[in-house]
Design a protein around this ligand. Structure first.
Ligand code: 6PG
Length: 235
């Protein structure tokens, strides 16, 4: 059994408020991490929710020491490297490909090599990071996060591998590579992002204490869950 998750909910009235506050938080964390440790290691989420956040980070050109950022992903589809459906493709197209972050500091998961090899190689990549500074995560309508799905092994035990080869993800792309819950929990800060009424039921279940995959992310600092009002409270 994994440790109890400490949750802090942040509810924003509009998507714009949500985006502005999340981006402000990320930039503040980056400044602090760089001031203290000289680098900022961020793990990006897949899915559609973070896309406007990445666009706003792209627009915030002068507001960060981009040369000190190291960028990782929490999960990836096993699709060709240039497939637009990949999580890395989304962040690259709206932000990273045209950003001042040096290309060598952007570390996509090599999903194109397949779940097994991709997981092995990414384990070597993340082995170089003792603790991430910030992990961004999404929330699926079934409570999944990264590629950790209900009814599967989420790698929540402390001795679990850092990276999981996923072969039975629901949906069209069954093969995925995902950081495990224990590895995602080794972060100084974790922010979940959930917007829209479609997430209301998963959010309710999480609030009620159901053991969803998202509840298995248990960093010592607790998790911050940023949501829009309609995802939180159906009035
Ligand atoms: C992915 C994810 C996944 C995602 C949720 C929410 O690769 O798809 O990392 O866990 O964050 O499914 O997706 P949306 O933001 O599109 O709702």
């Amino acid at each position: 059994m994994y440790p109890r998750q400490q949750k802090r909910w942040h509810v924003y009235p509009t998507a714009e408020d949500f985006e502005i506050r999340v981006v402000r938080g990320i930039l503040r964390m980056a400044w602090e991490a760089i001031a203290v440790r000289g680098t900022f290691c961020i793990v990006l989420a897949g899915g559609k929710t973070p896309e406007p956040i990445y666009r706003r980070l792209a627009a915030a050109r002068a507001e960060a020491e981009w040369s000190k950022w190291q960028v990782y992903w929490g999960d990836e589809f096993c699709l060709p490297a240039d497939d637009p459906g990949r999580n890395s493709a989304v962040a690259r197209s709206v932000w990273l490909d045209d950003s001042p972050i040096p290309a060598a500091q952007v570390h996509p998961i090599p999903g194109e090599l397949g779940h097994q090899r991709g997981a092995e190689l990414y384990a070597e990549v993340v082995a170089g990071v003792e603790e991430f500074d910030l992990v961004l995560l999404g929330l699926g309508t079934d409570g999944h996060t990264a590629a950790l799905f209900p009814g599967r092994d989420w790698g929540a035990d402390p001795d679990s591998p850092d990276v999981l080869a996923v072969t039975d993800a629901p949906g069209a792309s069954a093969e995925r590579v995902s950081l495990s819950a224990s590895r995602l929990s080794r972060s100084r800060e974790v922010i979940f992002l959930a917007t829209g009424f479609g997430k209301f039921s998963a959010v309710q279940r999480w609030r009620c204490g159901e053991p969803l995959p998202a509840a298995a992310i248990t960093p010592a600092c607790g998790v911050d869950i940023c949501v829009t009002l309609e995802a939180f409270d159906f009035a």
